[in-house]
Design a binder for this molecule. Structure first.
Ligand SMILES: [Zn+2]
Length: 262
């Protein structure tokens, strides 16, 4: 049995809203009933009233409580399933999916590689310059020692995998130095979602050196407590990474097209 589902078989008490009859809101009339159900469940999942592993009531019970036809409910369930918010399995009923699965499943379905490159760049640009600025304002001496350690070794001997590992460590430690556990958690998730793309910016020795120099500039600004420079250095680093990633991606594509020479 899967203990990670926390043994929550029924909808929790906090999710009583799920079973309240529809209607009442003035906006309600302008939407279809299945949209209303979808929106209610989506909101409950987004705010954590329904959590990963929670099992929804049977279709019949839910349709009765909501006062809607089963066909209408099914339409809403199809939409939630298409959005990877829930999973429906014969014999197991309907359960809420964990967030990373939802994101990964969405990613595989909707993104080709080019989109992934763009999405990763946009995500990182949104989070990381701010983290670097906060790190410059808040880093403790211990944070600085840890960051320094990551950049200590000679970059010239690193394999792409080693370089990527150090890169992830460096960015994780910058996030930790920002002393904001919420942003740090988002950064950790972002690292796990982006590592497939990130490896491309460590493919060549030149790329690894550019990456290393970018990290150095960020660390120097953080150590100096210069938030503006730390933010700018991170933006420059992310721009470099984006160019290197794109170059590596286009290189591998044209190599693929030529049926792989050395
Ligand atoms: Zn980096």
């Amino acid at each position: 049995m899967n203990s990670s589902a926390r043994g929550r078989d029924a909808v929790p008490a906090s999710a009583a809203e799920l079973l309240a009859p529809l209607g009442g809101s003035p906006l309600y009339r302008s939407r279809s009933v299945s949209t209303e159900i979808t929106a209610r469940l989506e909101k409950m999942i987004a705010v954590g009233e329904l959590r990963a592993g929670d099992r929804l009531p049977s279709e019949r019970d839910l349709a009765n409580s909501l006062g809607v036809a089963r066909a209408t409910l099914r339409e809403a369930m199809h939409e939630l399933e298409a959005k990877n918010l829930i999973e429906r399995r014969p014999g197991r009923g309907t359960t809420v999916l964990p967030a990373p699965d939802r994101v990964e499943a969405l990613y595989h379905r909707f993104s080709d590689e080019e989109h992934q490159l763009r999405d990763v760049a946009e995500l990182r640009e949104t989070i990381e310059p701010r983290l670097a600025a906060l790190a410059a304002a808040r880093a403790t001496p211990a944070n600085l020692v840890e960051l320094e350690e990551v950049l200590r070794g000679p970059v010239s001997d690193l394999t792409p995998e080693e370089s990527l590992k150090l890169d992830l460590e460096f960015h994780t430690l910058v996030a930790a130095a920002a002393q904001n556990p919420l942003m740090s958690a988002i950064n950790t998730l972002a690292c796990s979602w982006t590592s497939a793309t990130r490896v491309m910016s460590h493919a060549s020795r030149y790329a690894r050196e550019v990456s290393y120099l970018g990290h150095r500039a960020i660390l120097i600004a953080i150590a100096a407590g210069d938030a503006d420079e730390a933010r700018d250095a991170m933006i420059r680093h992310l721009n470099d990474v984006q160019e290197l990633t794109r170059a590596s991606y286009e290189g591998s594509r044209s190599a693929g097209a030529q049926k792989g020479d050395a």
